[in-house]
Design a protein around this ligand. Structure first.
Ligand code: UN1
Length: 509
Protein backbone atom coordinates (compact mmCIF):
# COMPACT_ATOMS: atom_id res chain seq x y z
CA UNK A 1 0.00 0.00 0.00
CA UNK A 2 1.31 3.41 -0.86
CA UNK A 3 -0.05 6.73 0.27
CA UNK A 4 0.39 8.97 -2.70
CA UNK A 5 0.43 12.48 -1.26
CA UNK A 6 3.64 13.92 0.14
CA UNK A 7 4.04 17.28 1.86
CA UNK A 8 5.88 20.00 -0.04
CA UNK A 9 9.47 20.76 0.99
CA UNK A 10 8.41 24.35 1.83
CA UNK A 11 5.85 23.00 4.29
CA UNK A 12 8.47 20.79 5.94
CA UNK A 13 10.89 23.71 6.08
CA UNK A 14 8.27 25.83 7.86
CA UNK A 15 7.53 23.03 10.26
CA UNK A 16 11.22 22.60 11.12
CA UNK A 17 11.71 26.34 11.50
CA UNK A 18 8.68 26.66 13.79
CA UNK A 19 9.91 23.82 16.03
CA UNK A 20 13.41 25.29 16.21
CA UNK A 21 11.98 28.71 17.08
CA UNK A 22 9.87 27.32 19.92
CA UNK A 23 12.95 25.55 21.25
CA UNK A 24 14.95 28.77 20.95
CA UNK A 25 17.53 27.34 18.54
CA UNK A 26 18.87 29.39 15.68
CA UNK A 27 20.15 27.90 12.47
CA UNK A 28 23.67 29.06 11.54
CA UNK A 29 22.75 29.59 7.89
CA UNK A 30 25.68 29.43 5.55
CA UNK A 31 27.34 26.98 3.25
CA UNK A 32 29.36 23.81 3.70
CA UNK A 33 26.53 21.73 5.07
CA UNK A 34 22.88 21.33 4.21
CA UNK A 35 19.85 20.25 6.15
CA UNK A 36 17.62 18.07 4.00
CA UNK A 37 14.52 15.97 4.40
CA UNK A 38 14.28 12.37 3.21
CA UNK A 39 10.50 12.91 2.81
CA UNK A 40 11.07 14.74 -0.48
CA UNK A 41 14.84 14.27 -0.69
CA UNK A 42 15.24 18.03 -1.04
CA UNK A 43 17.30 20.58 0.85
CA UNK A 44 15.82 22.65 3.68
CA UNK A 45 18.61 25.04 4.63
CA UNK A 46 22.26 25.67 3.86
CA UNK A 47 24.26 25.56 7.09
CA UNK A 48 27.68 26.72 8.16
CA UNK A 49 29.92 23.77 9.00
CA UNK A 50 32.19 24.04 12.04
CA UNK A 51 35.64 25.23 10.98
CA UNK A 52 38.77 23.39 12.16
CA UNK A 53 39.64 26.38 14.37
CA UNK A 54 36.17 26.37 15.93
CA UNK A 55 36.37 22.61 16.51
CA UNK A 56 39.72 23.07 18.24
CA UNK A 57 38.24 25.83 20.40
CA UNK A 58 35.24 23.64 21.25
CA UNK A 59 37.42 20.79 22.52
CA UNK A 60 39.54 23.26 24.51
CA UNK A 61 36.42 24.83 26.05
CA UNK A 62 34.93 21.43 26.92
CA UNK A 63 38.22 20.45 28.51
CA UNK A 64 38.29 23.65 30.54
CA UNK A 65 34.69 23.08 31.65
CA UNK A 66 35.60 19.54 32.68
CA UNK A 67 38.04 20.92 35.27
CA UNK A 68 35.10 22.59 37.05
CA UNK A 69 32.43 20.03 36.31
CA UNK A 70 34.42 17.11 37.71
CA UNK A 71 34.49 18.76 41.15
CA UNK A 72 30.78 19.61 41.13
CA UNK A 73 29.08 17.09 43.46
CA UNK A 74 27.42 14.39 41.37
CA UNK A 75 23.88 14.98 42.72
CA UNK A 76 24.28 18.65 41.75
CA UNK A 77 25.29 17.50 38.28
CA UNK A 78 22.05 15.51 38.28
CA UNK A 79 20.11 18.77 38.53
CA UNK A 80 21.27 19.63 35.02
CA UNK A 81 19.81 16.38 33.73
CA UNK A 82 16.58 16.90 35.65
CA UNK A 83 16.13 20.28 33.98
CA UNK A 84 17.07 18.89 30.58
CA UNK A 85 14.47 16.15 31.03
CA UNK A 86 11.81 18.79 31.81
CA UNK A 87 12.68 20.79 28.71
CA UNK A 88 12.59 17.63 26.59
CA UNK A 89 9.11 16.85 27.94
CA UNK A 90 7.96 20.38 27.18
CA UNK A 91 9.28 20.18 23.61
CA UNK A 92 8.59 16.51 22.88
CA UNK A 93 6.32 17.39 19.93
CA UNK A 94 8.77 19.92 18.45
CA UNK A 95 11.68 17.50 18.71
CA UNK A 96 9.61 14.69 17.21
CA UNK A 97 8.74 16.98 14.29
CA UNK A 98 12.44 17.55 13.65
CA UNK A 99 13.15 13.80 13.86
CA UNK A 100 10.42 13.16 11.28
CA UNK A 101 11.54 15.98 8.99
CA UNK A 102 15.23 15.00 9.06
CA UNK A 103 15.24 11.24 9.64
CA UNK A 104 11.82 10.38 8.16
CA UNK A 105 10.48 8.51 11.20
CA UNK A 106 6.73 8.03 11.58
CA UNK A 107 5.14 10.07 14.35
CA UNK A 108 4.89 7.41 17.05
CA UNK A 109 8.51 6.35 16.51
CA UNK A 110 9.71 9.97 16.51
CA UNK A 111 7.86 10.58 19.79
CA UNK A 112 9.32 7.31 21.06
CA UNK A 113 12.81 8.45 20.25
CA UNK A 114 12.29 11.64 22.27
CA UNK A 115 10.81 9.48 25.04
CA UNK A 116 14.13 7.59 25.19
CA UNK A 117 15.83 10.93 25.81
CA UNK A 118 13.41 11.81 28.60
CA UNK A 119 13.82 8.37 30.16
CA UNK A 120 17.63 8.47 30.12
CA UNK A 121 17.54 11.89 31.78
CA UNK A 122 15.44 10.40 34.59
CA UNK A 123 17.89 7.52 34.78
CA UNK A 124 20.86 9.90 34.92
CA UNK A 125 19.29 11.94 37.74
CA UNK A 126 19.08 8.75 39.83
CA UNK A 127 22.52 7.65 38.70
CA UNK A 128 23.99 10.92 39.96
CA UNK A 129 23.35 9.60 43.48
CA UNK A 130 24.51 6.05 42.74
CA UNK A 131 28.04 6.23 41.36
CA UNK A 132 29.06 3.56 43.82
CA UNK A 133 32.50 2.08 44.39
CA UNK A 134 33.22 -1.10 46.35
CA UNK A 135 35.01 -1.60 49.63
CA UNK A 136 37.09 -4.77 49.50
CA UNK A 137 38.35 -6.86 52.44
CA UNK A 138 42.07 -6.18 52.77
CA UNK A 139 44.48 -9.04 53.48
CA UNK A 140 46.38 -6.78 55.91
CA UNK A 141 45.26 -5.75 59.41
CA UNK A 142 44.48 -2.06 59.82
CA UNK A 143 44.07 -1.49 56.08
CA UNK A 144 41.14 -0.48 53.99
CA UNK A 145 40.93 -1.37 50.32
CA UNK A 146 38.43 0.54 48.25
CA UNK A 147 37.71 1.74 44.78
CA UNK A 148 36.64 5.21 43.77
CA UNK A 149 35.13 6.28 40.47
CA UNK A 150 36.27 9.60 39.06
CA UNK A 151 35.15 11.61 36.04
CA UNK A 152 37.10 10.71 32.93
CA UNK A 153 37.37 13.87 30.81
CA UNK A 154 35.93 15.06 27.53
CA UNK A 155 33.71 12.48 25.81
CA UNK A 156 33.47 12.73 22.02
CA UNK A 157 30.09 11.48 20.80
CA UNK A 158 29.79 10.54 17.12
CA UNK A 159 26.22 9.56 16.25
CA UNK A 160 24.30 8.27 13.24
CA UNK A 161 21.22 9.53 11.36
CA UNK A 162 18.88 6.73 12.40
CA UNK A 163 18.68 7.66 16.09
CA UNK A 164 19.69 11.27 15.68
CA UNK A 165 18.99 12.31 19.26
CA UNK A 166 18.35 9.24 21.48
CA UNK A 167 21.87 7.84 21.05
CA UNK A 168 23.31 11.29 21.80
CA UNK A 169 21.22 11.45 24.97
CA UNK A 170 22.26 8.00 26.24
CA UNK A 171 25.85 9.09 26.01
CA UNK A 172 25.45 12.68 27.08
CA UNK A 173 23.11 12.26 30.05
CA UNK A 174 25.27 9.49 31.51
CA UNK A 175 28.57 11.28 30.76
CA UNK A 176 27.36 14.52 32.35
CA UNK A 177 26.13 12.70 35.48
CA UNK A 178 29.57 11.05 35.65
CA UNK A 179 31.27 14.48 35.63
CA UNK A 180 32.49 14.40 32.03
CA UNK A 181 31.88 17.04 29.41
CA UNK A 182 30.75 16.26 25.86
CA UNK A 183 31.63 17.31 22.32
CA UNK A 184 29.08 15.97 19.85
CA UNK A 185 29.55 15.30 16.13
CA UNK A 186 26.13 14.24 14.82
CA UNK A 187 25.37 12.74 11.42
CA UNK A 188 25.52 15.13 8.50
CA UNK A 189 21.95 14.06 7.74
CA UNK A 190 20.54 15.46 11.00
CA UNK A 191 22.01 18.88 11.90
CA UNK A 192 18.68 20.50 12.88
CA UNK A 193 17.73 18.03 15.60
CA UNK A 194 21.30 18.37 16.91
CA UNK A 195 21.00 22.15 17.09
CA UNK A 196 17.72 21.73 18.98
CA UNK A 197 19.21 19.32 21.55
CA UNK A 198 22.30 21.49 22.00
CA UNK A 199 20.08 24.52 22.60
CA UNK A 200 17.91 22.78 25.19
CA UNK A 201 20.98 21.57 27.05
CA UNK A 202 22.47 25.08 26.96
CA UNK A 203 19.21 26.46 28.37
CA UNK A 204 19.23 23.85 31.14
CA UNK A 205 22.90 24.64 31.92
CA UNK A 206 22.18 28.38 32.17
CA UNK A 207 19.20 27.80 34.41
CA UNK A 208 20.98 25.53 36.88
CA UNK A 209 24.29 27.42 36.77
CA UNK A 210 26.35 24.68 35.09
CA UNK A 211 29.27 25.73 32.85
CA UNK A 212 27.93 26.37 29.35
CA UNK A 213 30.80 24.41 27.82
CA UNK A 214 29.79 21.11 29.42
CA UNK A 215 28.45 20.48 25.92
CA UNK A 216 29.64 21.60 22.49
CA UNK A 217 28.31 20.74 19.05
CA UNK A 218 30.42 20.27 15.92
CA UNK A 219 28.62 20.26 12.57
CA UNK A 220 30.40 18.80 9.62
CA UNK A 221 31.71 15.72 7.89
CA UNK A 222 34.28 13.02 8.58
CA UNK A 223 37.11 15.51 8.95
CA UNK A 224 35.44 17.09 11.97
CA UNK A 225 34.74 13.68 13.52
CA UNK A 226 38.37 12.73 12.97
CA UNK A 227 39.47 15.62 15.15
CA UNK A 228 37.69 13.98 18.08
CA UNK A 229 39.24 10.63 17.21
CA UNK A 230 42.78 12.02 17.23
CA UNK A 231 42.66 14.64 20.00
CA UNK A 232 44.38 13.40 23.19
CA UNK A 233 42.13 15.66 25.28
CA UNK A 234 39.17 13.49 24.24
CA UNK A 235 39.37 10.71 26.80
CA UNK A 236 36.57 8.58 25.37
CA UNK A 237 35.21 8.42 21.84
CA UNK A 238 31.73 6.91 21.75
CA UNK A 239 30.91 6.19 18.12
CA UNK A 240 27.75 4.75 16.58
CA UNK A 241 27.71 3.77 12.92
CA UNK A 242 28.87 1.17 10.46
CA UNK A 243 31.46 -1.52 11.14
CA UNK A 244 33.57 0.17 8.47
CA UNK A 245 33.55 3.39 10.48
CA UNK A 246 34.40 1.47 13.68
CA UNK A 247 37.35 -0.23 12.00
CA UNK A 248 38.75 3.22 11.24
CA UNK A 249 37.93 4.82 14.61
CA UNK A 250 38.83 2.01 17.08
CA UNK A 251 42.51 1.52 16.14
CA UNK A 252 43.13 5.27 15.82
CA UNK A 253 41.81 5.98 19.30
CA UNK A 254 43.70 2.96 20.67
CA UNK A 255 46.94 4.19 19.04
CA UNK A 256 46.89 7.20 21.38
CA UNK A 257 45.71 4.99 24.29
CA UNK A 258 42.33 6.71 24.33
CA UNK A 259 39.19 4.76 25.09
CA UNK A 260 36.53 4.00 22.57
CA UNK A 261 33.00 2.72 22.92
CA UNK A 262 31.74 1.32 19.64
CA UNK A 263 28.16 0.60 18.58
CA UNK A 264 28.48 -0.77 15.06
CA UNK A 265 26.53 -2.92 12.65
CA UNK A 266 24.00 -5.57 13.57
CA UNK A 267 22.63 -8.49 11.58
CA UNK A 268 19.94 -9.42 14.03
CA UNK A 269 17.98 -12.64 13.84
CA UNK A 270 14.91 -14.19 15.43
CA UNK A 271 14.39 -17.92 15.79
CA UNK A 272 10.76 -19.03 15.48
CA UNK A 273 10.23 -22.40 17.15
CA UNK A 274 7.35 -24.80 16.46
CA UNK A 275 5.63 -23.91 19.74
CA UNK A 276 5.69 -20.15 19.05
CA UNK A 277 2.52 -18.11 19.38
CA UNK A 278 2.31 -17.10 15.73
CA UNK A 279 -0.04 -14.15 16.30
CA UNK A 280 2.47 -12.61 18.64
CA UNK A 281 5.41 -13.61 16.45
CA UNK A 282 3.92 -11.99 13.33
CA UNK A 283 3.37 -8.68 15.12
CA UNK A 284 6.82 -8.75 16.72
CA UNK A 285 8.56 -9.67 13.47
CA UNK A 286 6.83 -7.06 11.31
CA UNK A 287 7.63 -4.24 13.72
CA UNK A 288 11.24 -5.39 14.17
CA UNK A 289 11.87 -5.86 10.44
CA UNK A 290 9.83 -3.09 8.79
CA UNK A 291 9.59 -0.51 11.61
CA UNK A 292 11.79 2.57 11.16
CA UNK A 293 11.94 1.43 7.50
CA UNK A 294 14.51 -1.18 8.57
CA UNK A 295 16.95 1.50 9.66
CA UNK A 296 17.61 0.58 13.28
CA UNK A 297 20.85 -1.08 14.21
CA UNK A 298 18.57 -3.53 16.04
CA UNK A 299 16.33 -4.14 12.99
CA UNK A 300 15.43 -7.78 12.40
CA UNK A 301 17.29 -8.88 9.26
CA UNK A 302 17.16 -12.68 9.45
CA UNK A 303 14.33 -15.00 10.42
CA UNK A 304 15.25 -18.59 11.28
CA UNK A 305 12.03 -20.58 11.26
CA UNK A 306 11.39 -24.22 12.13
CA UNK A 307 10.48 -26.17 9.01
CA UNK A 308 7.09 -27.25 10.48
CA UNK A 309 5.83 -23.67 10.81
CA UNK A 310 7.77 -21.94 8.02
CA UNK A 311 5.08 -22.02 5.32
CA UNK A 312 2.34 -20.89 7.68
CA UNK A 313 4.43 -18.07 9.10
CA UNK A 314 5.68 -16.94 5.71
CA UNK A 315 2.11 -16.80 4.36
CA UNK A 316 1.02 -14.63 7.27
CA UNK A 317 4.06 -12.38 6.98
CA UNK A 318 3.58 -11.97 3.23
CA UNK A 319 -0.03 -10.91 3.85
CA UNK A 320 1.03 -8.45 6.54
CA UNK A 321 3.80 -7.02 4.33
CA UNK A 322 1.36 -6.48 1.47
CA UNK A 323 -0.70 -4.21 3.72
CA UNK A 324 2.09 -2.04 5.14
CA UNK A 325 1.32 1.62 4.39
CA UNK A 326 4.41 3.28 2.89
CA UNK A 327 4.60 7.05 2.52
CA UNK A 328 4.52 10.39 4.31
CA UNK A 329 5.69 9.77 7.87
CA UNK A 330 3.54 12.68 9.11
CA UNK A 331 0.41 10.84 7.92
CA UNK A 332 -0.93 9.02 11.02
CA UNK A 333 -1.80 5.94 8.93
CA UNK A 334 1.73 5.47 7.54
CA UNK A 335 3.88 2.75 9.10
CA UNK A 336 6.90 2.91 6.79
CA UNK A 337 8.53 6.25 6.02
CA UNK A 338 11.37 6.92 3.58
CA UNK A 339 14.88 5.55 3.60
CA UNK A 340 17.44 8.20 4.43
CA UNK A 341 18.79 8.48 0.87
CA UNK A 342 18.66 7.03 -2.62
CA UNK A 343 22.07 5.54 -1.81
CA UNK A 344 20.43 3.45 0.92
CA UNK A 345 17.79 2.35 -1.60
CA UNK A 346 20.47 1.36 -4.11
CA UNK A 347 22.13 -0.73 -1.38
CA UNK A 348 18.86 -2.54 -0.73
CA UNK A 349 18.07 -3.15 -4.40
CA UNK A 350 21.61 -4.38 -4.97
CA UNK A 351 21.37 -6.84 -2.05
CA UNK A 352 17.98 -8.02 -3.37
CA UNK A 353 19.40 -8.60 -6.85
CA UNK A 354 22.40 -10.48 -5.44
CA UNK A 355 20.32 -12.73 -3.22
CA UNK A 356 17.85 -13.47 -6.03
CA UNK A 357 20.75 -14.40 -8.30
CA UNK A 358 21.70 -16.96 -5.65
CA UNK A 359 18.20 -18.48 -5.73
CA UNK A 360 16.46 -16.29 -3.12
CA UNK A 361 12.68 -16.01 -3.69
CA UNK A 362 11.10 -12.58 -3.24
CA UNK A 363 7.86 -13.20 -1.33
CA UNK A 364 6.67 -9.65 -0.76
CA UNK A 365 7.62 -6.03 -1.32
CA UNK A 366 10.92 -4.75 -2.67
CA UNK A 367 9.44 -2.17 -5.07
CA UNK A 368 10.40 1.46 -5.03
CA UNK A 369 7.47 3.79 -4.35
CA UNK A 370 6.62 7.47 -4.92
CA UNK A 371 9.52 7.94 -7.35
CA UNK A 372 7.36 10.22 -9.53
CA UNK A 373 6.13 12.36 -6.65
CA UNK A 374 9.62 12.66 -5.12
CA UNK A 375 12.43 11.50 -7.42
CA UNK A 376 15.12 12.40 -4.87
CA UNK A 377 13.42 10.56 -2.02
CA UNK A 378 13.73 6.81 -1.40
CA UNK A 379 10.46 5.15 -0.47
CA UNK A 380 10.41 1.37 -0.73
CA UNK A 381 8.14 -1.51 0.23
CA UNK A 382 9.74 -3.66 2.93
CA UNK A 383 10.89 -6.90 1.35
CA UNK A 384 10.64 -10.50 2.48
CA UNK A 385 12.94 -13.02 0.79
CA UNK A 386 13.11 -16.77 1.34
CA UNK A 387 16.62 -18.19 1.11
CA UNK A 388 18.02 -21.72 1.37
CA UNK A 389 21.39 -20.81 2.75
CA UNK A 390 23.16 -18.10 4.68
CA UNK A 391 25.18 -16.71 1.79
CA UNK A 392 27.60 -13.78 2.01
CA UNK A 393 24.90 -11.25 1.16
CA UNK A 394 22.76 -12.56 4.04
CA UNK A 395 25.74 -12.32 6.36
CA UNK A 396 26.16 -8.62 5.55
CA UNK A 397 24.19 -5.80 7.15
CA UNK A 398 22.02 -4.05 4.55
CA UNK A 399 20.60 -0.97 6.27
CA UNK A 400 17.10 -1.20 4.82
CA UNK A 401 13.86 -3.16 5.34
CA UNK A 402 15.02 -6.47 3.92
CA UNK A 403 14.19 -9.64 5.84
CA UNK A 404 15.68 -13.01 4.87
CA UNK A 405 13.82 -16.16 5.89
CA UNK A 406 15.82 -19.34 6.55
CA UNK A 407 14.52 -22.69 7.83
CA UNK A 408 15.90 -25.11 10.41
CA UNK A 409 15.21 -28.59 11.80
CA UNK A 410 17.03 -28.69 15.15
CA UNK A 411 17.62 -25.93 17.67
CA UNK A 412 21.39 -26.53 17.48
CA UNK A 413 21.20 -25.88 13.75
CA UNK A 414 19.14 -22.74 14.35
CA UNK A 415 21.69 -21.40 16.81
CA UNK A 416 24.59 -22.21 14.48
CA UNK A 417 22.86 -20.21 11.72
CA UNK A 418 21.99 -17.50 14.19
CA UNK A 419 25.57 -17.05 15.39
CA UNK A 420 27.10 -17.66 11.97
CA UNK A 421 27.43 -13.98 11.05
CA UNK A 422 30.17 -11.47 11.87
CA UNK A 423 27.87 -9.14 13.87
CA UNK A 424 26.50 -9.69 17.39
CA UNK A 425 24.04 -7.00 18.44
CA UNK A 426 20.49 -8.23 19.04
CA UNK A 427 18.61 -11.52 18.88
CA UNK A 428 15.38 -13.18 19.89
CA UNK A 429 13.51 -16.45 20.04
CA UNK A 430 9.76 -16.94 19.74
CA UNK A 431 8.85 -20.08 21.68
CA UNK A 432 6.56 -21.35 24.42
CA UNK A 433 9.05 -24.07 25.36
CA UNK A 434 10.96 -22.96 28.44
CA UNK A 435 13.90 -25.28 27.79
CA UNK A 436 14.40 -23.82 24.35
CA UNK A 437 14.11 -20.28 25.63
CA UNK A 438 16.67 -20.87 28.38
CA UNK A 439 19.04 -22.67 26.00
CA UNK A 440 18.85 -19.70 23.63
CA UNK A 441 19.77 -17.34 26.50
CA UNK A 442 22.56 -19.59 27.81
CA UNK A 443 26.31 -19.46 27.16
CA UNK A 444 25.80 -21.92 24.27
CA UNK A 445 22.92 -19.91 22.82
CA UNK A 446 22.79 -16.48 21.22
CA UNK A 447 26.19 -14.77 21.07
CA UNK A 448 24.67 -11.27 20.98
CA UNK A 449 24.74 -8.42 23.49
CA UNK A 450 20.94 -8.46 23.52
CA UNK A 451 18.98 -11.73 23.63
CA UNK A 452 15.17 -11.67 23.95
CA UNK A 453 12.33 -14.14 24.30
CA UNK A 454 8.93 -13.59 22.65
CA UNK A 455 9.71 -10.02 21.68
CA UNK A 456 11.54 -8.77 18.58
CA UNK A 457 15.14 -7.64 18.30
CA UNK A 458 14.53 -3.89 18.26
CA UNK A 459 13.10 -1.38 20.68
CA UNK A 460 15.31 -1.96 23.73
CA UNK A 461 14.46 -0.07 26.92
CA UNK A 462 17.02 2.45 28.22
CA UNK A 463 17.35 0.68 31.59
CA UNK A 464 19.48 -2.15 30.20
CA UNK A 465 23.02 -1.90 28.86
CA UNK A 466 22.84 -1.53 25.08
CA UNK A 467 25.44 -2.91 22.69
CA UNK A 468 26.83 -6.01 21.08
CA UNK A 469 29.71 -8.37 20.45
CA UNK A 470 32.00 -9.28 17.54
CA UNK A 471 31.88 -6.73 14.71
CA UNK A 472 29.25 -4.77 16.61
CA UNK A 473 32.20 -3.45 18.59
CA UNK A 474 31.73 -4.57 22.21
CA UNK A 475 30.58 -1.24 23.65
CA UNK A 476 27.74 -0.85 26.16
CA UNK A 477 25.75 2.34 26.53
CA UNK A 478 22.63 3.58 28.26
CA UNK A 479 21.46 1.82 31.45
CA UNK A 480 22.60 -0.80 33.97
CA UNK A 481 26.28 -0.20 34.84
CA UNK A 482 27.25 1.13 31.38
CA UNK A 483 28.19 4.37 33.23
CA UNK A 484 31.46 2.76 34.25
CA UNK A 485 32.84 3.25 30.73
CA UNK A 486 32.47 7.01 31.27
CA UNK A 487 34.54 7.09 34.49
CA UNK A 488 37.99 6.07 35.61
CA UNK A 489 38.46 3.72 38.52
CA UNK A 490 41.05 4.30 41.24
CA UNK A 491 41.92 1.52 43.68
CA UNK A 492 42.80 2.92 47.10
CA UNK A 493 44.73 1.21 49.90
CA UNK A 494 44.55 3.11 53.18
CA UNK A 495 46.82 2.01 56.06
CA UNK A 496 45.41 3.11 59.41
CA UNK A 497 47.43 0.62 61.50
CA UNK A 498 50.39 2.86 62.19
CA UNK A 499 52.73 0.05 61.03
CA UNK A 500 53.98 -0.84 57.59
CA UNK A 501 52.94 -4.28 56.43
CA UNK A 502 53.50 -5.42 52.87
CA UNK A 503 51.06 -7.47 50.84
CA UNK A 504 51.81 -11.08 49.92
CA UNK A 505 53.81 -11.36 53.23
CA UNK A 506 56.81 -9.70 51.61
CA UNK A 507 59.45 -8.57 54.14
CA UNK A 508 61.83 -5.74 53.33
CA UNK A 509 64.10 -3.70 55.65
C1 UN1 B 1 20.26 2.31 17.00
O1 UN1 B 1 19.61 1.88 16.05
O2 UN1 B 1 21.40 2.84 16.83
O3 UN1 B 1 16.74 -0.79 20.64
C2 UN1 B 1 19.76 2.33 18.39
C3 UN1 B 1 16.35 0.03 19.80
C4 UN1 B 1 16.46 1.49 20.15
C5 UN1 B 1 17.82 2.02 19.89
C6 UN1 B 1 18.44 1.64 18.59
N1 UN1 B 1 16.12 1.67 21.53
O4 UN1 B 1 15.89 -0.30 18.73
Amino acid sequence: MTRTVLPATAELRDRARAGLERIGASVPEGSGLRARTPITGEDLFGLAATTPAAAEAAVAAAHEAFLTWRTTPAPRRGELLRRLGELLREHQGDLADLVTVEAGKIRSEALGEVQEMIDICDFAVGLSRQLYGRTIASERPGHRLAETWHPLGVVGVISAFNFPCAVWSWNTAVALACGDTVVWKPSEFTPLISLACDRLLARAADEVGAPRDVHRLLLGGHDIGERLVDDPRVALVSATGSTRMGRAVGPRVAARFGRSLLELGGNNAAVVAPSADLDLAVQGIVFAAAGTAGQRCTTLRRLIVHRDVADRLVARLSAAYAKLPVGDPFDPDTLVGPLISTGALDGMLDALARVQALGGRLLAGGQRRLADAAPQAAFVEPALVRVDEQSDVVREETFAPLLYVLTYDTLEEAIALHNGVPQGLSSSIFTRDQQEAEFFLSAEGSDCGIANVNIGTSGAEIGGAFGGEKETGGGRESGSDAWRAYMRRATNTVNYSGRLSLAQNVSFL
